[in-house]
Design a protein around this ligand. Structure first.
Ligand code: B12
Ligand code: SF4
Length: 484
């Protein structure tokens, strides 16, 4: 059956700090499934590229607006939904995405929200729309998905609903976003059980299916740079090695996020040989006790040091993530983290402050121990109340911790933040939007232009960083011409 009703898929992120250089993958997956199920009138709107007045104009003619919402974006999304209902009282608003999966009751409470879908939308959203358009609307506002068993059975995400050209660095390089598996079976306390409630049980696509999508992206969008958005790309060694064998033939460059625990030299070498330019790793803490007892990470610090050393030997660039302000750690342990970040030898570090995200173990523990400073969800939109990336952008320096533990509280986190800034700047690190970049970024950038047309630099520098470095877009354009 074909349906002509107009469906808007909305990504409500308006802030520059969270600006992404990639179209929202989840909504692109939903778009292709909608089209495969006969819903042909689908548009994507991303508030990074569309103004609010333009959104309201579009909303006047919409039948359905499906919004993807993270916890951080929930309060502003509800305000947005109110405005959308004002311009079009008949429109049906459906919420999906991480916060809808974690907190469906909260999402369903406002009158403006008609339905909430928990979990994956590829099957559940078209099914809901079929019911609505055939006058069989479900009575219950909250709908729970059935997790998709075979990811290979899904149509590839449809990026064409978004203005793909707008998602680029300096309007020159686009990074294609692709996912080879969903969720993660590990049980780190900074992440679970929320991740499995959002993304379901761990599932992996076949190598052949991923390669087919890469070929499709190359043909359709002239893609050359890929980011594998998996939470944990390196989990299955045999899969990674097989994949590297195949992807080598495609002559692409790529980046991914991995977990220290599963990585060895053989895997790193296969990755580097097949075009991997950047590996992001959650090292998180410089204290073995925190890694073992608090975060349940299941790797030794020595192993993390080896992974970075091997990567450096292979000239595979790494980007390590660290956290301070973890409920249960001591002040000394925070300092050990700073020391490790400085000495481990990675190309880039990023610091975050622990946050009370919904449905993760340390939030539950903090509630039990009365360590959580009372706050309203609305507060997370106010400066100073929702600390994420510690040095994500200058305004973040004003953000603070929401934990008052028996050993430290927000005041000490402020001291640590300043100490980290001073330490890294004194060592000559270039501070960028997401943490601290190379010690000698300018030299690295020039080398990388020779080696790979600067593409790995593009994987993690934004336009402002490039300007700061004085990397002229003219030089860049010439280099790219050499490639295309
Ligand atoms: C890649 C990624 C990013 C990329 C996104 C790139 C892009 N443009 O696609 C970047 C780096 C930009 C990013 C940023 C952030 N991220 Co992020 N990210 C991820 C990651 C690893 C994968 C997301 C993904 O692509 N999934 C694949 C698709 C298929 O799944 P999906 O997006 O969830 O969509 C499916 C369902 O949720 C549902 N669905 C989604 N939207 C809708 C809408 C409707 C109407 C319906 C019916 C269904 C539906 O159907 C989709 C298809 O099955 C997830 C972890 C994970 N594995 O899910 C974290 C994750 C989503 N991110 C998270 C966070 C916290 C952030 C940041 C706040 C971090 C920061 N410090 O800045 C920002 C904020 C983003 C924002 N605007 O709110 C958290 C969210 C937790 C929460 N409670 O909200 C997660 C779960 C990681 C974690 N374990 O903590 N992220
Ligand atoms: S390995 Fe990464 S994705 Fe998996 S549970 Fe731990 S933090 Fe989450």
């Amino acid at each position: 059956m074909m349906y002509e009703e107009r469906i808007i898929l909305l990504h409500p992120s308006q802030g520059d700090i969270f600006a992404s250089d990639r179209p929202p993958l989840g909504l692109c997956y939903i778009a292709s499934s909608l089209k495969a199920n006969g819903f042909t009138n689908v548009v994507g709107i991303d508030l990074l590229n569309t103004s609010l007045p333009d959104l309201y104009e579009e909303a006047k003619n919409a039948d359905i607006i499906g919004i993807s919402v993270t916890s951080r974006l929930f309060p502003s999304t509800i305000l947005l939904a109110k405005e959308l209902k004002k311009v079009n009282p008949n429109v049906i608003i459906v919420l999906g995405g991480p916060h809808a999966s974690l907190n469906p009751e909260e999402c369903a409470r406002p009158d403006q929200i008609d339905y909430v879908i928990m979990g994956e939308g590829e099957e559940s959203f078209p099914r809901l729309l079929e019911l609505i358009f055939t006058n069989k609307s479900p009575k219950d506002k909250i709908i729970r998905c059935k997790w998709i068993k075979d990811l290979d059975s899904l149509p590839f995400p449809d990026f064409s609903i978004f203005p793909t050209k707008e998602y680029s660095r300096m309007k020159l390089f686009t990074i294609s976003n692709l996912m080879t598996g969903r969720s993660c079976p590990n049980n780190c306390t900074n992440c679970q059980p929320a991740l499995r409630n959002i993304a379901g049980p761990y599932r992996k696509r076949s190598v052949a299916n991923v390669i087919e999508e890469i070929r499709f992206m190359k043909k359709t969008y002239n893609s050359y740079l890929f980011n594998f958005a998996d939470s944990n790309f390196t989990l299955l060694k045999d899969w990674v090695i097989d994949f590297c064998e195949e992807v080598k033939k495609e002559n692409i460059r790529w980046g991914c996020s991995g977990c220290v625990k599963d990585i060895d030299y053989e895997m790193l070498k296969a990755m580097k040989d097949s075009g991997c330019l950047l590996l992001s790793l959650g090292v998180e803490s410089g204290s073995q006790r925190v890694l073992d007892d608090v975060l349940k990470k299941r790797f030794k610090i020595e192993h993390a040091i080896n992974v970075i050393r091997w990567s450096n030997d292979l000239k595979l660039r790494t980007w390590c993530f660290f956290m301070i302000g973890i409920p249960g750690e001591t002040k000394e342990e925070m300092q050990q983290t700073v020391d490790l970040a400085l000495s481990i030898g990675t190309n880039m570090v990023q610091f975050s402050v622990g946050v009370p995200q919904p449905d993760i173990e340390w939030t539950r523990t903090s509630i039990e121990k009365k360590w959580l400073i009372p706050h309203k969800l609305e507060d997370i939109e106010k400066p100073g109340h929702y600390p994420y990336n510690l040095f994500g952008d200058d305004p973040w320096l004003g953000r603070t911790s929401l934990f008052q533990t028996d050993r430290w509280g927000p005041d000490f986190i402020e001291v640590m933040k300043q100490r980290i800034v001073n330490t890294f700047e004194k060592e000559g690190w270039f501070r960028n939007r997401g943490g601290f970049a190379f010690r000698d970024l300018k030299k690295e950038a020039q080398t990388s232009f020779k080696e790979t047309f600067g593409s790995e630099i593009m994987l993690f520098l934004n336009n402002r960083d490039m300007k700061h470095l004085g990397i002229a877009s003219k030089l860049f354009t010439e280099k790219i011409k050499g490639y295309t």
